[in-house]
Design a protein around this ligand. Sequence first.
Ligand SMILES: [Zn+2]
Length: 261
Amino acid sequence: MQMDAQIQRLVHLQSLDVRLAELRNRLQAIPAQLAVVDARVSGARQEIAGAKEALTTSLKDRKRYEMDVDSWKDKARKYRDQSFAVKTNEAYKALQHEIQHAETQVAQAEDRLLERMVAGEEYERQVKAAERAVIVVESEAQAERQRIQAEQASLQQELQAKEAQRREIAPEISEELRDTYERVASRRHGIGLAEVRDEACSLCGLRIRPHVFQELRRNDSHEILQCESCTRILYYVEPPVAASPGAELKASAAGITANEA
Ligand SMILES: [Zn+2]
């Protein structure tokens, strides 16, 4: 088969490869996208757990301070009862001192208790707010997961279709040309083909020698011509005079160069 017919297939193959690489990249990024969504949900759940833990601690403190209040009240009552029975002034004074101390302790324990009760209410509010937030986050996450999974399915579908197309056209290109293309593409970010425009390689800008350019313009050429700088396989499309068949080729090649940039 003549070079221009081969090249035409290779241009198609190249555009498939560019799209395939893009599809594979996007598919590869999907697990990370899903992980971000999951992390958002578990973050919101942790907020609940944190608020609940604070609430539990606060309730425990509250129990303890309640017991403190009771026990100091008991002590004060006991000293007061004893004070009715004492015989000496010193003993009475000592008990009065103890009563005062116990009452101070009661007041302090009551202050701490009140503080815990206020804090407990705040923690209860936080738990409820966190629970409401989780419901919102989870429903958003569900929608987001569905969107990502739908995208994944459509990317997968396109990938399979493009791979099938590639399998179909690859054998129509000579092995030598295909091997050269694969070798260059693997070293040049997946782009193994370069259109010649204004007598220069459109991808690296190197000027094409006149005799190479002449060879590129020949319809019956069988030679693989590569850019001396970037080594990409060169091809040339005659500018459309009227409605030339080259116009279509040029349009699909434009897709390749856009991707390179
Ligand atoms: Zn080049």
